[in-house]
Ligand binder design. Sequence first.
Ligand code: CU
Length: 128
Amino acid sequence: MKMILAATVVLAAALAYAAETKAPAAPAPFAGREFKSVNIEVKGNKIWTPSTFIVKKGEKVRITLINTAPSGVHAFEIDGYPSTKASVDNKDGDNTKVVEFTADKAGLFRVFCPIHAGHVGGQLLVLE
Ligand SMILES: [Cu+2]
């Protein structure tokens, strides 16, 4: 009986150790160009910064959008790349969105907030 009890204790300890030492899964590396753009507000002006993105045609692009503007929800979009459209809240723990696209068209494209015409915009430059 003591042997079974001892074996059970050893097994439980081994399982607890294995659970504790299991490293969290690392996020998959992104094979493309990554940006982080923060929405700030200066004297009433809302600005995604950086607001200019330069990439090469064919690249996969990931932009992490973080909204810190006290005025609330803002949005993001790049002309010609509709998958970039995102609405981003400013609440603690819920102020981040990630948009991804493949820069398959060369040229200069407007970056803007589709819900506020006065939101300072930017540009996406896709190089050939
Ligand atoms: Cu806005």
